[in-house]
Write a protein that binds this ligand. Structure first.
Ligand SMILES: Cc1cc2nc3c(=O)[nH]c(=O)nc-3n(C[C@H](O)[C@H](O)[C@H](O)COP(=O)(O)OP(=O)(O)OC[C@H]3O[C@@H](n4cnc5c(N)ncnc54)[C@H](O)[C@@H]3O)c2cc1C
Length: 274
């Protein structure tokens, strides 16, 4: 039996590294051969940490071009630790309360991890019934190809799908919109979307991912999360809607009030659950 060789750690260039990893993991490369532009390693993680501004984070985090930290891949793979990140940001933020929002978000990660430790593979099962008026059997098992390939014609959804595959990163708001689209507009089981995210995300983490999908789906929250065009336009500065064929033809599936969307998407749900 041949002995396992340790993986190489030194490369002449990034191209050399990409070629080596592709050759070592051919099955993964066949699923997705994109090399994310996000650099790996602790030095890159510390650079990202050094750029965090607690006050600006709190004011802009919901905007796609806001000052989010992009620390998740480094946290996920242990290049930086959660307590190290918290201590650094609290110390560096002149007014302590201005770091609170950021620390809150770190706490979500910690909370999901603790739940995972308790539930194990139970995070793959619906924690509660859907509050959408539908039964699990009403949802499709598989993710449709047009979503995976970014060919739905909705510029926002297709853009998020492309970013996910090409960069391995999505802003939190984009993750929420994408998950809501998959589960509520296309009526696909959240598990199918969660598996897809885990295939591509550099920070792919079963705890944060699955329990967030369940929150959007309403199997781990009191009501389904949905969004509308106004909300998406506001937090993306209209970047997707401007060139979107559906928006321009008045066929945007999100261009409604929340009341209209709730009634259309969840006709069997009690009005207070929509
Ligand atoms: C459907 C869906 C799937 C998700 N899948 C993952 C996943 O696989 N891995 C993952 O790490 N996060 C996941 N998240 C949570 C969150 O979207 C990402 O952690 C965050 O967007 C990462 O970007 P950032 O580092 O710039 O975050 P920032 O906003 O800068 O936050 C700083 C850090 O706090 C933590 N954090 C922030 N928001 C959350 C949150 N809502 N839940 C848990 N931790 C959070 C992350 O570790 C993040 O790096 C998911 C969210 C949704 C809605």
């Amino acid at each position: 039996m041949s002995e396992l060789q340790p993986l190489r750690r030194e490369f002449a260039s990034r191209e050399d590294l990409i070629a080596y990893v592709t050759a070592q993991f051919p099955a993964s490369a066949e699923i997705d051969s994109h090399a994310s532009p996000i650099p790996g390693g602790r030095a890159a993680g510390l650079r990202a940490l050094g750029a965090v501004d607690g006050a600006k984070y709190a004011a802009t985090r919901n905007y796609l071009n806001g000052r989010v930290s992009r620390l998740s891949p480094y946290l996920r793979h242990g290049a930086v630790s959660l307590s190290e990140v918290r201590d650094h940001v609290v110390r560096r933020t002149p007014k302590r309360h201005e770091s609170e929002k950021f620390v809150n978000e770190l706490a979500w990660r910690d909370y999901w991890q603790r739940l995972y430790a308790k539930l194990g593979d139970g995070i793959w099962r619906d924690r509660e019934p859907y509050k959408t008026g539908f039964r699990p059997a009403d949802y499709a098992d598989a993710l449709p190809d047009d979503i995976m390939q970014g060919e739905t014609s909705a510029a926002c959804i297709d853009g998020f799908s492309r970013d996910l595959r090409e960069t391995g990163y999505l802003h939190n708001h984009a993750r929420m919109w994408m998950a809501a689209y998959v589960v509520h507009w296309r009526r696909v089981k959240w598990q199918a979307g969660a598996r897809w995210f885990l295939t591509h995300l550099l920070d792919g983490d079963p705890a944060s991912n699955n329990l967030s999908w369940q929150w959007v789906a309403s199997t781990f929250s009191h009501k389904p999360y949905i969004f509308n065009r106004e909300n998406l336009e506001k937090y993306t500065a209209g970047a997707y809607c401007r060139g979107c064929p559906l928006a321009n033809n008045r066929r945007c599936p999100f261009d409604k009030t929340y009341e209209q969307l709730g009634a259309e998407l969840f006709p069997n749900a009690p009005p207070e659950g929509r």
